[in-house]
Structures are given as C-alpha cells and as structure tokens.
Design a protein around this ligand. Structure first.
Ligand code: SAH
Length: 610
C-alpha cells in the first residue's frame, strides 16, 4: 500500500461489529491510532505485530497529525480508528482539514454507530409505522456549543425518535428540556451504557425516574439517551428490567470485606487482612485476638446477617467458608452482575480462592488472583472468556531476574490492576512474555513520554532507563523493574583502586540516565583479568566480570572511538567499547567511551536471542 490515512469506524465496542473492510485495512496498516477507552483494544489484535500503535487519548491534534505526516512521508498506511461511525461526533473534520492542507490522501470507512448498537440492545426500531418515521441525532451543549436553532425543546416538538450522544452526564438537563417541550412526566426514556460491550447496561425509566437511575448507576459517559414513541410499547418489559419501582441507590465502599467463620478461617482472614492493607475483617468475636488489628469487626450475629451486611456495604467480599454457605445465604439478595459486589470464596487454609460472583465486571476474577498471589494459593476462575489472567506483578522480578526499584508502590499498582483501572506499561528491555497476560485495561506505550501523556492511574515500567521526574508527579502509583540488560565495558590503568572504578561506572550511567540496577556484567580484556581494583569493584557491587581475549577484542570492527594508546600498549583498537559490545552481543553502543583519569567506560544494551 502507499501513503494513505483511513478514518475507520471501529464500531460501538463489540469487536465483532467491525466491518470486514475495516479489519482488512487494520491488518495491513503500519500505523494504528485508536481512540482510547472508546475503541475496544481487542480490535488492535487485527493489527500487524510490528504495527506502530498510538492511543489518541493522550495526543492533541498537532501530535496526531504529526504521526500521520511522518507515516505518510515514509509511504505508510495509517488506520485511524474512531468509535462507532466516524461521521457522527467523530472530530474527524479537523484532521481532514490538516491532511488536505498537507496534501496527504485520506478516506473514510463507515462503521456501526453506537446509536444502532443501543437500539439493538433495546430490541426495538427507531422508526415505527403510525408512531414516527423520523430520527433526530443530537446532543445537549457541553464544551461544544449547539446552535440556538437546534435547542432540544424545539427539536422535541416533533415527537420523533431522539438519540442523544455525549449527554449522559447531563440527563437532568435533557429531562428539563423534554418537559419544557410538553412531554408528560411518565414518558418512557432509556439510557444505554456501553452498548455491545460485555458490561452493557440498559436503564429504562420515565422522565421522572431516569435522572436518579443514571446517577445511582454512576453513568456519566459512554452512554446514549434515547427517547421515542416506540419505547411506549416496551414499558411492561421496562418494569421488570433491572430496576423496578423500588429502585434503591447503592453506596458501597471500595474496601474489600473479609468474612471468616471458623477459628482457622479467622487466622487466614487476619493474614489476608494484613496483606490487603485496605480491607475490613468480619470474624466471630470469640476467635479474634484480645487486641485485634484496625478495621476488624468481631461479630456475634448469625453468618447470614454478617454476609448480608458485607454484601450491602462493600463492593467486594472474600468469604472464608464453604461455597455452599455463601451460595445459600447470598442467593436471596443477588440482583445483577452490574450492581452486585464481587464475591470470592476461599477455604480455611487459603489454598483456593474461587471467583464466585461478578467475575468480570465486578472484578472477582482479579480479586481471586490477587488473593492467590498474596497468600501463595491458587485462583479458580470459571468464567468462559477469561481475558483477566492477571500477571503476578510482584513475582515478575523473581521470574525474570529483574530488580525492583525501591520507593515503588507495589500494593497500590496491584490494586489498580485488580480494580480494572487504567494501567500504563512501558517496557524497553528484558523478557516480554508476561505482556501476554495483561488485561484489556492495561495499555502498553511505545515510549516513557507516551506513558506519561496517557496519564493512567498506575504504571509499570520495565527499563534500564531512568524516567523523567514528571513521571511520578503525573502518575500517582508506579513500580519500576530494572531488567539485567546493561553490559559495561571497562578499561583501566594498573593499580586503579576499586572506588575509582565504581565511581566511574556509576557516574557514566547516571549521566546517560541509566540505572545501575540494570547492569548484568562488567567486561574487559584478558590483560586486566587479575586487576585487583577491578576484581574488588565487582565483588563489592555484585557485578559479574567477563573477560575477552585480545583476539576477540581486536576482531570488533567500527569502533566509534579507537584508541591509539591501546593499539600501542595491547595491540587492540580499544578496550571499553569492544568489551561492552562483545558482552552485550550488540552492534552499537548505548554510551560511547567516557574517559576518566585512570578508567574508561562504555555501555551497550544486551540483545536477547543473539
Ligand atoms: N462516532 C460515535 C460517537 C462518538 S461521540 C458513534 O457513532 O457511536 C461519543 C459518544 O458516543 C459518547 O458520549 C456516547 O454518547 C456515545 N457512545 C459511544 N460508544 C457508545 C457505546 N458503546 N454505548 C453507548 N454510547 C456510546
């Protein structure tokens, strides 16, 4: 293909609602730009493995155009993915204007709008003979103003089907406008949240109830409001759907509840309570120690009462007891996977953590996995599509030989992962197989800068590089792993003390913004194999020392800084640079030779698989 930008309708969310044409273009494009959380990341799986992928959420217009311009200049194809159909509230016009100005060819591929996915969820038709033959797509004014001639109260005078985009956070305003247009308060209206996604939620109500329903369900975005005469017919279904007349708002705490029943279960509960750090433990008062830890409630009630209390109060609960008890006692209070808390059951010893209820949406799968990690047990998941195999974040270091940098926030990052919050990942060194286990709410970014720009709630960094200071200012919760990927070539004069070698190495790395925790080896020439200071430095810092023969060193070609001195003294064109390259099995240096009084240092990044 040649340089071309495709504005592609990626559909409302369900990856199967992508058009074949869109899929083909995505599969061929060298560059893919997608609209953050609105486009299902599963669609990115169609992209080539080597495609350059950008999340437009962190990019302004200029940055996006720059990506397109660079790609076009290299004759590349860009797939720019928009949610739903790109021609509806797509913000494509401004991009097209810039591309026309730059003379870059582009075209538009239509998609399934969320308007149609939402109507499908309502199982109705927007045009019904005898009721209405017209649809109005509109929105209420937010940051983007709506022309005066298109006020909702005026449009509503026609009594057509109306689909409101970008207005879910302003339901009360929509209702006011419709009442002002003379709609009776019992007019049916629907809010459809994340149409066609796994966690799709349909709220049906009337002008009187819908604002409270939307607020209680905490829906502020990614939802459409639909008002139409065709909804009249469905009101009987409406009452049985999700929220009936006795709609009770739910306010739960995010702190998980741990409910124990037996003495051994209480011991396991105390262990988990300590490991969580943010839970409330409910245990029979007689099994608790005289001086129980904070946030512990000893109970004397029946287990049913305690389970029901925890169910109402918490958004997640871990029940340390037989699953039969939990199933029987909770059955009468279950309402919906969209609103019920996550429920995990666990045996007394903490060996099996079973995700019982609200596995996906409620996060019970992730919670079970987190518990398994914390207690060294097993997580048991039974949901069909299990895209939530959580990587064991705190075990990565041990598994791949990475060093965890101090000052990180492991518990908080695991919690963000477990709670399904946006997590950003940046990795530019070390084994990448763990990335396959990332859940959809974790996004890998091509650079540290892109990670910062995306502003996720938490970040995981695997890199030898020291990242910019604004990282921790922008992202509250961060862990940094240092993979063993740096080979440091060292040359030194006879009798150079260990301190001098250590400080030359650390200074070189600091200046190149590299972490010493990523050093895998020091490397030098055979003539220095018995150099006391060098051996001592490696012993103190726990560095491996690799020795290369003069012949090996002499064979390294194309050194950036050959040394006449080394040639004269040792018959080789240099020591630090070729030793670093040989140890790293690399062709280029990360840091060219730096000369200190008695020491020379060069650094290369280890290339796995060579
Ligand atoms: N071009 C898109 C609309 C983009 S504007 C389309 O054709 O669907 C973004 C708005 O679209 C959101 O505020 C929300 O109102 C709506 N939206 C996008 N995806 C949605 C979905 N899956 N379910 C409900 N509404 C959605």
């Amino acid at each position: 293909m040649t340089a071309h930008i495709y504005f592609i309708g990626a559909g409302p969310g369900d990856p199967d609602l992508l058009t074949l044409k869109a899929q083909k273009i995505i599969a061929a494009a060298e560059v893919v730009i997608y609209a953050g959380s609105l486009v299902n990341p599963a669609i990115l799986a169609h992209a080539r493995p080597d495609a350059e992928i950008h999340n437009s959420a962190g990019l302004n217009l200029t940055a996006q155009i720059e990506i397109m311009r660079t790609a076009a200049a290299q004759g590349k194809t860009v797939a720019r993915l928009h949610t739903g159909d790109p021609t509806l509230y797509g913000a494509t016009l401004e991009q097209m204007r810039e591309l026309s100005r730059l003379d870059i060819p582009y075209s538009v591929v239509p998609g399934v709008s969320s308007a149609f996915a939402a109507t499908a969820a309502l199982k109705t038709e927007l045009t019904a003979p005898g009721q209405t033959q017209t649809i109005i797509f509109t929105r209420v004014a937010g940051r983007t103003p709506v022309p005066d001639t298109e006020r909702l109260r005026d449009l509503a005078a026609h009594r057509t089907s109306i689909v409101l985009f970008l207005s879910a956070g302003m339901v009360a305003k929509v209702v006011d406008e419709l009442l002002a247009a003379g709609y009776p308060p019992h007019t049916p209206i629907a809010v459809v949240y994340r149409a066609s996604w796994d966690d799709e939620l349909v709220l049906r109500g009337t002008l009187e109830t819908i604002a409270a329903q939307t607020e209680s369900a905490e829906i502020t975005h990614q939802a459409l409001i639909i008002v139409s005469p065709v909804l009249e017919k469905n009101t009987a279904a409406a009452d049985s759907h999700l929220y009936g007349a006795a709609f009770a708002p739910i306010a739960r705490t995010d702190r998980p509840a741990i409910v124990a029943l037996t003495r051994r279960g209480t011991e396991t509960g105390l262990r988990l309570h300590r490991a969580f750090g943010d839970s409330t433990l409910y245990a029979p008062a007689r099994f608790l120690p005289a001086d129980p830890p904070a946030d512990t409630e000893g109970y004397t009630l029946s287990v049913r009462q305690v389970l029901h209390r925890a169910f109402r109060r918490h958004s997640a609960m871990v029940c340390i007891m037989a699953s039969g008890i939990v199933v029987r006692e909770l059955a009468p209070v279950l309402r919906s996977k969209h609103t019920d808390p996550a429920v995990v059951v666990m045996d007394e010893q903490g060996r099996n953590a079973i995700s019982l209820l609200s596995g996906h949406k409620g996060g019970a799968n992730l919670l079970a996995q987190r518990i398994a990690q914390l207690l060294g047990g097993r997580a048991i998941l039974t949901t069909a599509s299990d895209g939530q195999r959580l990587p064991a974040l705190d075990l990565l270091g041990e598994r791949y030989g990475w060093q965890l940098e101090a000052g990180g926030d492991m518990t908080a990052v695991i919690a963000a992962m477990v709670n399904g919050e946006p997590v950003g990942v940046f990795q530019d060194g070390g084994d990448e197989t763990w990335l396959a286990d990332l859940p959809p709410h974790a996004t890998r970014h091509p650079t540290g800068e892109a990670l910062i720009a995306a502003r996720p709630n938490a970040a995981i960094i695997v890199s030898p590089r020291i990242l910019p200071a604004d990282l921790r200012r922008t992202i509250a919760r961060v862990i940094v792993y240092r993979p063993p990927v740096l080979a440091v070539g060292v040359g030194c004069n006879r009798g150079t003390p260990a301190e001098e070698i250590i400080s030359a190495v650390t200074e070189t790395l600091a200046q190149a913004e590299l972490s010493p925790l990523s050093i895998v080896t020091l490397a030098t020439i055979e003539d220095k194999a018995d150099e006391i200071g060098l051996l001592e430095a490696c012993r103190r810092e726990n560095w491996r020392l690799q020795i290369f023969t003069r012949a090996d060193i002499a064979a390294v070609k194309n050194l950036p800084n050959p040394s006449p001195w080394a040639m004269k003294a040792l018959g080789v064109p240099g020591v630090a640079e070729p030793a670093a390259l040989l140890a790293a099995k690399a062709d280029t240096l990360l840091v060219e030779k730096r000369k200190f009084a008695n020491v020379t240092v060069a650094v290369a990044q280890y290339m796995p698989g060579r």
